[in-house]
Design a protein around this ligand. Structure first.
Ligand code: BGC
Length: 715
């Protein structure tokens, strides 16, 4: 539950002392050797770097160990959606989870913990002791090409889920990062992007997600972003690294850059502890920084000895706290069990957006059904970039997409081998199911017209390195849906996207399902939801706007400019991200944050609230329908001491049989009731203004069912 703490199973008591003792015995050569990670072979560097010894598996990052002191090398691989290493060890497969946004839609901390454990075990069995996981950037912009990797637009939801998945990884003795610190919220020219934000608003939004997740799960490392924040590169941003992360929050682990995201050796003076993937820095800045240049600066007294020691101590401390130096034999990996985790996440993450009774399809149906488009005969799409996982058995298909800039080379449509068409055929054995590729509206309409039901699969590829130009479906799919809906009144649309889209055809179809990128068992989960074997329970972790005009930035600065163009984005919405913005602007989105339908119905009652120093609310949830199902009631702050302010205060996923009730109790994190206040806006404290606070229990940020009011003391 959202209010509970996370047992991160980190032994911090002796880690500090050991780190201090071991660092004290090191030579400067050994110290410096820990400060850089070297990439294995990739598209940029095609020759094995001579710093990686023979026999060491290739990976995203390698840091040599210090054998004489019992320090193992660090082997880093990507992680958020499963262990991914294909660029470095072709053919190395792993369980491919649904996208992060699908996990976000499950509102399930339990699943986040399980999938983290799965990643930790698969990493460990391959010898990776650092997972570049924990993507917690808020989905501020529905065009951001990496929203699929992240969790949500809300700091609490993102933090709770990220913390559980980090804790799951670290419980297996594998270090997890949390990333990308901070405000890496658009991909357009991300290396030249200056993200401008009011510092206090930053504390109340993106930084709050990092703060809560870090205190709950104590990730061994924090990865900085590529972008600048208020004029300073994230990797060298002393306000964010020194004053906030290491100062105000007392973070004891190490701060690594993103790959190619170290702006100079001076970053070491600003708090950066490790330069990552330094070959990419050579590409970006024509220099490695934390090797010879930092050594020279150290020799000239520009970097004090104590700072060098601190950088090393932080790395060692996390290694000892998580236990990467104390590994026994590799764990048994139950790949069948891990597939079940991927399947369950897809099931719980699929969101039923609209349904006029067309769903679920009766399992005994003998109807003629047209399945159209989305490569549904092959598999399900996954997002592209460093998070893409090669599933067991390999991709069902890789369709080269391409694009400008260095990221264009690896931009592919990867299809995971879980065909929705095949799964529907299994689930509906009496139905006559035909497939049309959705290549042209006219051809698809011909098949739709001769069938009783048409199910259109619509996909959109999101990728690291690219933002979406708008919210429409690519490849002419809107026209296909229009034509199919005109030809068949029983049209159902299944979306497989990494972001919200707009739906010009919404009023002409009977049901809409958002399945995101549903992972290696996604086809099965989609078929189960369509046929009612699984009662849908996902809730939107992001607002679906009716159009970009409703969002804080109808036009995205820098969009369309070539790679390398400096761009400034002013995040003028400040802390009012996503649903908060829609409430403040009194806008009606297409679908609100928290929205999601079920095949049963739920009622809320008996709201009791207690104020004072924080808010505790209790209420009952009752399944008033005919089917068992899960609901996610949400508790919101709606006004604070006379000021309208929408904040998710907590949520709980509950499973109920027909007629069954349960009581939910949620205690708010006081920071969600407060404003951040300080002399420089970024360090300071949380202040609660005295007055009456209004709360609501809702089915979404816009569907508030019960309301109450309680007085709060100032603090
Ligand atoms: C991504 C990081 C990733 C790193 C290593 C970068 O391009 O931004 O999220 O961990 O590559 O693969």
């Amino acid at each position: 539950m959202a209010g509970e703490g996370t047992d991160a199973s980190v032994d911090s008591s002796s880690a500090d002392a050991r780190a201090r003792a071991v660092e004290g015995q090191m030579t400067d050569d050994e110290r410096f050797s820990l400060l850089v990670s070297v990439m294995g072979v990739n598209d940029v560097v095609t020759v094995r770097d001579e710093r990686i010894p023979e026999g060491v598996p290739m990976s995203a990052g390698y840091v040599p160990g210090v054998p004489r002191l019992g320090i193992p090398p660090l082997l880093m691989s990507d992680a958020s959606l499963g262990v991914t290493n294909p660029g470095y060890r072709p053919g190395d497969t792993a369980t491919a989870l649904p996208s992060g946004i699908a996990l976000g839609a499950s509102f399930s901390p339990g699943l986040a913990r399980q999938s983290g454990g799965m990643v930790g075990r698969e990493a460990r069995s391959r010898g990776f002791n650092v997972q570049l996981a924990g993507g917690v950037n808020l989905a501020r912009d529905p065009r951001n090409g990496r929203n699929f990797e992240y969790l949500s637009e809300d700091p609490l939801l993102s933090a709770v889920l990220a913390a559980e998945s980090i804790a799951g990884i670290q419980a297996e003795g594998v270090i997890s990062t949390i990333k990308h610190y901070s405000l890496n919220c658009n991909e357009t020219n991300r290396h030249w992007l200056d993200a401008i934000i009011d510092p206090a608003a930053h504390r109340e939004s993106d930084l709050l997600a990092f703060e809560i997740a870090i205190e709950r799960a104590q990730p061994g490392s924090v990865m900085t972003g590529y972008n600048k924040i208020n004029g300073e590169y994230a990797g060298g941003n002393s306000i964010l690294i020194q004053s906030v992360l290491k100062g105000a929050w007392g973070y004891p682990g190490w701060v690594m850059s993103d790959w190619g995201g170290t702006p100079g050796w001076e970053a070491a003076r600003m708090g950066l502890d490790q330069e990552s993937g330094l070959q990419l820095d050579v590409m970006m800045w024509q220099k490695e920084w934390f090797t010879a240049p930092l050594r020279q600066a150290y020799g000239e007294g520009k970097v004090p000895k104590e700072r060098l020691s601190e950088m090393v101590r932080r790395i060692l401390r996390s290694m000892f706290a998580v236990g990467v130096d104390a590994w026994g034999p590799p764990p048994e990996v139950d790949m069948a069990g891990h597939r079940k985790i991927a399947l369950e996440t897809a099931r719980q993450g699929i969101v039923l957006l609209t349904n006029d009774g067309a769903l679920p399809l009766a399992t005994g149906t003998t109807a003629r059904i047209a399945v159209i488009g989305g490569h549904a005969q092959v598999g399900v799409p996954t997002g592209c970039g460093s998070s893409a996982v090669l599933p067991p058995g390999g991709f069902a298909e890789v369709i080269t997409v391409g694009g400008p800039g260095i990221m264009g080379v690896g931009r592919n449509l990867f299809l995971l081998p879980s065909s929705p068409l095949e799964e529907l055929r299994k689930s509906l054995p009496g139905a006559e199911i035909e497939f049309d590729p959705g290549m042209s509206p006219a051809e698809s309409a011909l098949m739709a017209a001769r069938c009783d039901v048409a199910i259109v699969f619509a996909i959109k590829l999101d990728s690291e390195g690219f933002d979406d130009p708008d919210l429409s479906l690519p490849w002419g799919q809107d026209a296909v849906i229009e034509a199919v809906a005109a030809a068949n009144p029983n049209t159902i649309v299944v979306l497989e996207t990494g972001n919200p889209i707009v739906m010009p055809w919404r009023g002409r179809v009977r049901a809409i399902v958002e399945a995101w990128y549903p992972g290696q068992a996604g086809g099965q989960a989609i078929a189960e939801v369509l046929t009612g074997a699984v009662n849908p329970s996902g809730r939107l972790p992001v607002t679906f706007p009716a159009s970009l005009a409703q969002t804080p930035r109808p036009g995205l600065p820098g969009m369309g400019t070539p790679w390398g163009t400096p761009v400034t984005i002013e995040y003028t919405e400040g802390a009012e991200v996503g649903y908060r913005w829609f409430a403040q602007q009194h806008q009606q989105p297409l679908y609100a944050f928290g929205h999601g339908l079920s095949y049963t119905t739920f009622d809320y009652g008996n709201l009791q609230v207690e104020g004072g120093d924080t808010i505790t609310a209790t209420f009952t949830v009752t399944n008033t329908g005919q089917l068992a199902g899960a609901d996610v009631p949400q508790l919101y702050l709606t006004a604070a001491a006379g000021e309208e302010r929408l904040r998710l205060l907590g949520f709980q996923r509950v499973e109920l049989r027909p007629g069954e009730s349960c009581q939910v109790a949620i205690t708010a994190d006081r920071r969600l009731l407060a404003r951040f206040d300080g002399p420089d806006g970024i360090t300071g404290s949380w202040r609660i203004a005295e007055g009456s606070y209004q709360i609501a229990v809702g089915k979404s940020a816009q569907d508030l069912v019960l309301t109450a009011e309680t007085p709060m003391r100032s603090s």
